[in-house]
Design a protein around this ligand. Sequence first.
Ligand code: NAG
Length: 335
Amino acid sequence: MSSKLLYVGLVGSLLTGVTVAQSSEQHPSLLTWKCTTSGGCVQQNTSVVLDKDSKYAQGSAGSRTADDYAAMGVSTSGDAVTMYHYVQSGGALNPASPRIYLLGEDGKYVLMSLLNQELSVDVDYSAVPCGENGAFYLSEMEADGGGSSGGAAAGQGYCDAQCQGFCCNEMDILEANAKATAMTPHPCTGNSCDKSGCGYNPYASGQRNFWATGGTVDTSKPFTVVTQFVGSGTLTQITRTYIQNGKQSNSGAISSCNGAFGGLAGMGQALGRGMVLAMSIWNDAAQSMSWLDAGNNGPCNLAESTPSAIQSQHPDTHVTFSNIRWGDIGSTTKG
Ligand SMILES: *[C@@H]1O[C@H](CO)[C@@H](O)[C@H](O)[C@H]1NC(C)=O
C-alpha cells in the first residue's frame, strides 16, 4: 500500500463520516398534498423532524433514528402522524411531550404560503383528555432553521409568539382536546407579540355542544378541519369548517385582531411569506390548560387536568393528524 492510497482512504472515510453525521437522522416520512384548483392535489414527499431540544437531540444533532422517534412518542404511517404524550422507558411511564415540524425533501422546513389559501387536516382527538393540548399550528420559522448546528434537518430554529426560541408570528390552527378547541392568530410587530391572541373557541362563544364527545362535531371520532385565510393582498377573515361523515359545519370566523401587534393584516403578511407547520402534544403545570377548556372556555375542571392526574388517569394520551392538504381555496377537500 502506498502512503498516497492510505491518505486518499483516510480523507475518504473522513468525508464519509462528515456526510453521515449530517444526514443520518432518519426523519419519519409523512406524505402530504399541495393542491391547486386547476391541477388537483399533488403528493409531497415530506417528513417530520423532532425539535432539537427533544431528549434524543441533546448533543447528537443529526443522529436520531426511527427508534428514537418512537421512543419520543412519534410514529408515522402513510399520511398520518401520531404523537403520544407518555412513553415507556426504563420500566416506567415518562412524559415525552413531543414537538415536530414538517420537513421537505430538500432538508428544509416546508414553507406554507397560505394567504388567500386553505389548509385542511383530518384529526383524531378521541384520546386527548381535559388538560391536554394536541396542537396543530404555524410558526414563522426560517426554512433552513437558521442554518447552524444541522439546521432544519436537526429541528433547529423554533420560534413562536410566546417568544420561545425567539419572537415570531404564530397562527394556532388547532389547540384542542376532546372537550374544547381554540383557533388563535398571534401576530407580532418585531419582538412585540400578541401573546393572548384573538382566538375563537366555540364553547366560550356559547356553542356548548359543538366540539364535544357526541357533539355537533363528535370528537370521539375522526373528522376533517378546514381553515381558510381569506383575502387577496390583505387577510380579511379566517374561517373554519368541519366535515364529519359527509356533514359540513361552520364555526369560528375571525375578522379582526389586536392592531397594536399588526392585527389580522400582519398575520396575513406572515402567512403570505410562508410559515412552518408545527405539531405537538403537551400539558400545563402552571394553568392546567384552563384558558382552553375550563370555566367559560370548556367543561373541564382543574383537578382532572393537572399533569399528574392526566398521567395516572390517561397514560395512553395521544393525538393523530393525517391527510394534510394545503392550497387554493376550495381545492383541498375535492374528491
Ligand atoms: C415523490 O417521490 C416519488 C418517488 O420518488 C416521485 O416520483 C415524485 O415525483 C415525488 N414527488 C414530488 C412532489 O416531488
